[in-house]
Design a protein around this ligand. Structure first.
Ligand code: HEC
Length: 472
């Protein structure tokens, strides 16, 4: 049984099993006279909602599997996979923008509230804004309002759907085609199933680590530097570990998935439950448990600093000079520090505070990354033994053309990838800089080294290009 069959089997069983559990809980709660308070009613309503979603997902996965089984091995397999990639990527950025946008907006509100000038007693602050041709006036309450309004807007599905579509995207791109995108055959010859298991457990284990570290005492503002330092070292170690077994691009994306899971987990397990507690308490006319609210605000603070690093990781696959570099985890660490630093400055700026060293330090981190990834001087290659085109041509034909020709011969990549075609000597010369970048410096091509290029062949390509990529 292949990886797709195993994963589909597990997913579909989990979905249908989940439906049964949810339905059972809904029945139990409906019949139990002790469970008719606001909290339990909300829980039962959530379970009903979940059961519908799980049923939908179970049916969706089953149909997907039938489709997959039908198209397997035909030209449609790679085609549909490509479209799944497109659709999930599209959805992922739509929900991601909605989530991060709302999150930035509320951080802005919190930082910019007028808290002193003519503010009613029950309010924490207010704010005037103009946008899209209209004036807006907002008020923030110190505690809950006297009565909870009927229509209260929540911001949670953006986060959940960002996570769900991200998980689907990770599966479609890195797990369905684990041999090309997840595992690096130059480093290890593990099977796709083992690779996927390592990937998934790195995410689950990291989330557990984060939860264990987030003890109330550790979350105190005065411990924040220590907390962030531990998380930073932990993520660097995990990233380094993953880069030892995975394709470097997959190692990057897994770090992004790990941080994204922490962020979505904070919303699901901490922030939304705390808000629910505030609403229930107000409805029941009692004091809310403030410790939950405080904890949620700390988690929200973490999310705020994760945003820019995670956003970089999401676009990192366009930049092989970062993930393809031999010190790729160091480069990622520098860019994450720069991102978190710039977010810190942004927060302070909105609050009207300023800290002189954050921006220069963040820029210094980016400059160091630019410096580390600079191409090395290759003067010695100019004078090395001359490499002729007749030595290069067979390498390109054998190692690249299967996926980069008008008529591709690869079993998965049936159209020329990224429109790069090496059918004629002129086309090869035309793409020489890209060949140098992708096949020599970053070694991200051939994809997953499917055509087993050797280091000697990469060296030959390098010499030929540095010597001027002549056709004789
Ligand atoms: C097994 C299939 C496969 C082989 C073999 C292969 N490539 Fe690619 N190539 C791809 C895929 C897939 C992409 C698109 C990658 C992406 O979307 O990130 C690609 C993209 C590229 C790009 C464009 C990258 C960009 O982002 O602009 C270049 C250049 C390239 N390959 C060069 C080569 C060279 C040179 C070789 C041979 C040494 C080679 N490829 C062998 C599959 C392959």
């Amino acid at each position: 049984m292949g990886i797709v069959e195993t994963m589909m089997g597990i997913l579909v069983s989990l979905c249908f099993f989940g439906v049964l559990i949810c339905k059972r809980l809904v029945r139990q709660y409906a019949q139990d006279p002790l469970r008719q308070n606001e909290r339990d009613k909300d829980f039962a309503a959530n379970m009903l909602f979940f059961s519908k979603w799980l049923l939908f997902l179970g049916v969706f996965f089953t149909i997907s599997y039938v489709v997959y089984y039908t198209v397997k091995g035909s030209l449609w397999q790679a085609h549909l996979q490509d479209w799944l990639d497109l659709i999930f990527r599209w959805l992922h950025i739509i929900f991601g923008i909605a989530w991060i946008g709302a999150s930035f907006y509320f951080v802005f509100l919190e930082n910019s509230l007028n808290r002193n000038n003519n503010v009613r007693d029950e309010l924490a602050g207010n704010l005037w804004a103009i946008h899209g041709g209209g004036f807006y006036y907002l008020e923030k309450f110190k505690a809950a309002p006297k009565s909870i309004p009927k229509h209260l807007h929540w911001f949670k599905y953006e986060a959940y759907f960002t996570w769900l579509t991200g998980t689907c995207l990770l599966t479609v791109v890195y797990y369905f085609d684990a041999e090309s995108f997840l595992i690096n055959p130059e480093i290890t010859n593990m099977t796709p199933v083992i690779g996927v298991m390592i990937g998934v457990s790195s995410i689950v284990f990291s989330y557990v680590f984060y939860e264990l570290l987030s003890k109330p005492a550790m979350l105190q503002p005065k411990r924040r530097p220590l907390f962030f330092a531990i998380m930073f070292v932990y993520l660097a170690i995990v990233g380094y570990g993953l880069s030892l077994v995975f394709n470097p691009r997959a190692a990057y994306i897994h770090l992004g998935a790990i941080m994204g899971t922490m962020m979505a987990g904070n919303v699901f397990f901490c922030i939304i439950p705390a808000q629910k507690e505030m609403v229930f308490a107000a409805k029941e006319g009692r004091e809310p448990d403030v410790s939950l609210g405080i904890r949620a605000s700390y988690r929200s603070y973490h999310n705020n600093y994760f945003t820019l690093p995670v956003l970089f990781i999401m676009i990192s696959n366009h930049f092989p000079s970062t993930f393809g570099h031999q010190n790729n985890i160091l480069i990622l660490a520098l860019l994450c520090l720069a991102g978190a630093g710039i977010k810190h400055y942004h927060n302070q700026w909105e609050r009207g505070e300023s800290n002189k060293w954050v921006v220069p330090l963040s820029i210094a981190f980016i400059l160091s990354a630019i410096y580390i990834t600079a191409p090395m001087s290759r003067d010695e290659l100019l004078n090395a033994e001359k490499v002729s085109f007749s030595e290069i041509h067979p390498i390109i034909q054998q190692r690249c053309s299967p996926c980069h020709a008008k008529n591709c011969t690869d079993d998965v990549y049936i159209v020329a990838q990224k429109g790069i075609i090496f059918d004629t000597p002129e086309l090869i010369v035309q793409h020489k800089d890209k060949i140098l970048n992708f096949a020599v410096i970053n070694k991200t091509m051939p994809q997953g080294n499917k055509t087993r290029i050797t280091q000697e062949e990469r060296d030959q390509l390098e010499k030929w290009i540095i010597q001027g990529a002549k056709l004789d």
